[in-house]
Design a protein around this ligand. Structure first.
Ligand code: FES
Length: 167
């Protein structure tokens, strides 16, 4: 009789336990999803670009890095383009135009960066020269480690003057 009573009690409590567990999991997921700032505060990752010995010359060099991209629940790896400026202590610049995000190109003829989407132009150091872009190309942190140039890839909010990192 006593076993019957405790079994009934257990069966009454069981759905509550399951419900509490599911609610906890959903709350944790919602917190992560609805707090993009928390994702932005994750520790920045250093990505290998190339051996420093290969990054020479006066002109910007276009390279790709494999960077994580978060979209909602999923995290994918995507190739992203960066420009390295060997003549400026290997400063790294995002190739993403700060107007609407097209990739800029380097033009030897005019000695500047150019965005083919809406004709923004940028100086060799990335400063804005003309066009609808409201700021210069976005600089990315770079460092040399064991002879390899590394960058921290980051995207920024487009079409504003301020440089605000995206989550
Ligand atoms: S996206 Fe580059 S000028 Fe518009």
């Amino acid at each position: 009789m006593k076993t019957d009573k405790s079994r009934r009690k257990f069966l009454r409590v069981l759905p509550l336990g399951i419900f509490a567990g599911m609610a906890g999991v959903l709350a944790a997921a919602a917190f992560r999803f609805l707090r993009p700032v928390a994702a932005a505060q994750r520790e920045a990752v250093w990505l290998d670009v190339a051996p420093v010995s290969e990054l020479k010359g006066e002109k910007p060099l276009l390279r790709t890095v494999l960077a994580e991209r978060s979209a909602g629940w999923s995290v994918t790896l995507e190739e992203q383009q960066v420009f390295i400026l060997p003549a400026q202590k290997h400063q790294a610049l995002s190739s993403m135009c700060p107007h609407e995000g097209c990739n800029v190109v380097w033009r030897d003829e005019t000695n500047n960066f150019f965005c083919p989407c809406h004709d923004s132009a940028f100086a060799p150091d990335g400063e804005r020269v003309s066009g609808p872009a409201r700021r210069g190309l976005d600089p990315l942190p770079s460092r040399e480690k064991d002879g390899i140039l590394q960058v921290q890839y980051q995207t920024f909010v487009n079409n504003i003057k301020e440089r605000i990192p995206r989550a």
